[in-house]
Design a protein around this ligand. Sequence first.
Ligand SMILES: [Zn+2]
Length: 85
Amino acid sequence: MKSEPIKYPCFFCDAKCQMEAGVYELRRLGNYGVSVCTICYEGSWDGIAPVYQDKLIAFLKENGKKVPERNEKGWLPRECKVENA
Ligand SMILES: [Zn+2]
C-alpha cells in the first residue's frame, strides 16, 4: 500500500501542496519567510493581493519584521527586502 504524500498548506489560500518525490508545489514568497502555492505565487507578480495582505502583515509583525514599502499600486511587492523591525 502506497502511503499518502505529506502535504503542506499554502500560507495564503491554504491549498494543500505536495513537497516531496520531485513535486514541489510550494514556493518561497520573496524574503517574507512564508511559502505559497504556485497559483498564489504567480498571482502576486505585481504585488500581494489585498485579500492576503493583512495575513502577511500580521505574520511580519508577529515575527518582528518591518512591513516593506508598498509598490505603485499600493500593494506589498513580491520581491523585496524584509528587514527586522
Ligand atoms: Zn495558494
